[in-house]
Structure formats: C-alpha cells, structure tokens
Design a protein around this ligand. Structure first.
Ligand code: F6P
Length: 325
C-alpha cells in the first residue's frame, strides 16, 4: 500500500466522450478512500503552470453524461522538454500532490512515463482517445461514442446517396489508426474502407466501383480514415475520378466525432477505469496503465504501452469487403 494523501488528475491530448465520467470516478473513489483530489487544468500545460483546483464530490456532480472534459485539455510542447517536466514536478511537490492520474492517449502516457522516470512521481494512465490505438486494453474511452456518431452521419448520407445514385467518400478521424474507419465501414455497410495501415490501392477501389455498377448498384459509400491517403478523402476521391471519370461527393465527419454525450458503453468503461486507476495508485502501482481486456481490469506497464502500436483487425477488413454487396 502506498501512502497517498492527495492525487492529481488531468486530461490531455484530443478530448474523448467519457473523459468526464472517468474524472468523476477518480474523484469519487479517491474521496471514498479519504484521499484528496487536485484537478489539473489543461493537461500538461496546467501542470507546468500550477493551474490546479481542489475537486470534491460535488465538483463532479452531473457530468457523467457530458462530452468534452471539465478539466479542459491541450497538447503541450513545453512538457516534451526536460525543463518543463522538472517545473511540473516542482509544482506537484509544492501543492502536496503525491501521485498522478492522467487520462489521454499515447502522448499523454509518454509524458507520464518521463515524469515517473525522471522525478519518481507515481503515475497511472487511463486510456481516453477516440482512436482506440492503445495496446493493453480492448477499448479506449470515447471510441464507441465516436464510432456511433460517425455511423449516424454515414447512415444519413446513404439516404441521399441512394436518392441521387451517387458515390460518396466519407472521411472519418484517424491520422495513424484506422480503427474508427474499419468499425463504421463494417457497421455502415461501406463498399470500400481505406485505412492508414494498408497501402491504398486506388485501382482496386476503382474496380470495386466499376464492378458494382456492372451489377446494377447505383450508390456507393467509401469510408476513408483521414490518414489513409495524403490529402484525405478529397484527394483520394479526385484520384479515383481521374482514373474513372465518376462523379462523386465528399463528406468530412470531422471533430463532431470528438464531442457529444458518451454512450452507455463509454460511461461504464470510464467509470470502471477511473475507479481502477485510484485503486492501483493506492496499492502502490506506478508507471502503469489501466486497461480492460476480455472484461477483466488489468494493469499494463506504461513502458510497454508506449513502445507498441495497436494493430487493427485486418480480418475484419476482409470480412467487410466480402459481405458488401
Ligand atoms: O487523437 C484523436 C484525434 O481526433 C485523431 O483522430 C485526429 O487525427 C486528431 O485527434 C485531430 O487532432 P486535432 O484536434 O488537433 O486536429
């Protein structure tokens, strides 16, 4: 058991629906264990600046259903420098914060690991990113909500695509990871799915469209992860038209995927992970990430999380392509 009297909590990197539910679970679990909670505003930016606030049970009332993060977030260049991290460690010591819980993605975890290695601060990470690109957990907080948000758009676009006999290229988020594209592509019945993990074969996309047309199909949905092709869906669609002459429309779902009320799945995931992060901190764990694998809560060393990139399930891509009409 570690002697923790005050735990700091912050969100960092791209926000994700469910982060508030995680903050709530951290605060409520800590308070139930007699531990004080310091909220750090705007992630590592606030950590360096000492922008802290006290969080109690009522600070997190009525937030479980809210998208965004009440603690705000940022991406901090200063924290990537050793001087910035030393300043952050000083600010934590001055405020009497003896352990830190960071909610975010791979950049957040790299920061936590550096702080732990260089200054001995006990740290635990909670995976919160719409990208679901973190190893050591089946799901990250926010992914399910983002997928459902994108899917709602795709379903609506399919209506108009069908009415006008059109090809639509729909761009979803994911600069380096195609998890959102793969899931919404499969669930939305897309005719083609482009992900950053697989080198794009434009000729193959052209022949999927041409063969579909030959079979009498009149409308098509091509889901494109933003990082699947340089220039995103706009450039990809233009390249297809150059080869085929087909008319098309492009729709970019964009940051709408990062907002909105979290799904039941994300609220539950976030509540379980926030609770587990405090329990791990109290039991003396450090430089670990909380994950949920096959419905079991696990702790994974941050060093492992930071040194591996999660792979998408290419079998799902194959299935999606096989069962599209
Ligand atoms: O990491 C989450 C994410 O939404 C990615 O899917 C996307 O590539 C990126 O953040 C966008 O970042 P920003 O909000 O800085 O444009």
């Amino acid at each position: 058991m570690a002697d923790v009297t005050n735990v700091g909590v912050f969100t960092s990197g791209g926000d994700a629906p469910g982060m508030n539910a995680a903050i709530r679970a951290v605060v409520r679990t800590a308070v139930a264990r007699g531990i004080g909670v310091t909220g750090i505003i705007r992630g590592y930016t606030g950590l360096i600046a000492g922008d802290f606030m006290n969080l109690d049970v009522s600070s997190v009332s009525n937030i479980i259903q809210l998208g965004g993060t009440i603690l705000k977030t940022s991406r901090s260049a200063a924290f990537r420098e050793a001087d910035g991290r030393a300043e952050a460690a000083r600010k934590l010591a001055d405020a009497g914060v003896d352990a830190l819980i960071g909610i975010g993605g791979d950049g957040t975890f790299r920061g936590l690991l550096d702080l732990s290695n260089e200054h001995g601060v006990p740290v635990v990470g909670v995976p919160g990113t719409i990208d679901n690109d973190i190893v050591g957990t089946d799901d990250t907080i926010g992914f399910d909500t983002a997928v459902n948000t994108a899917l709602e758009s795709i379903d609506k676009i399919r209506d108009t695509a069908d009415s006008h006999d059109r090809i639509f290229f729909i761009e979803v988020m994911g600069r380096y990871c195609g998890a959102i594209a793969l899931e919404v592509g499969l669930a939305g019945g897309a005719e083609e799915i482009a992900v950053p993990e697989v080198v794009l074969d434009i000729d193959q996309t052209c022949s999927i469209l041409a063969e579909g047309k030959k079979r009498g199909k009149t409308s098509f949905i091509v889901v494109v992860a933003e990082g699947a092709y340089e220039g995103g869906a706009i450039a990809f669609a233009a390249a297809v038209r150059e080869r085929t002459g087909y008319d098309y429309r492009v729709s970019i779902v964009g940051h709408v995927q990062r907002g909105g009320s979290p799904t039941s799945f994300d609220r539950t995931l976030a509540s379980r992970m926030g609770y587990a992060a405090v329990e791990a901190t109290v039991s003396g764990a450090s430089a670990q990430m909380v994950g949920i694998v096959c419905n079991e809560t696990v702790l994974v060393p941050l060093a492992d999380v930071c040194s591996h990139r999660k792979e998408i399930d290419l079998e799902l891509l194959r299935v999606a392509r096989l069962i599209t009409g």
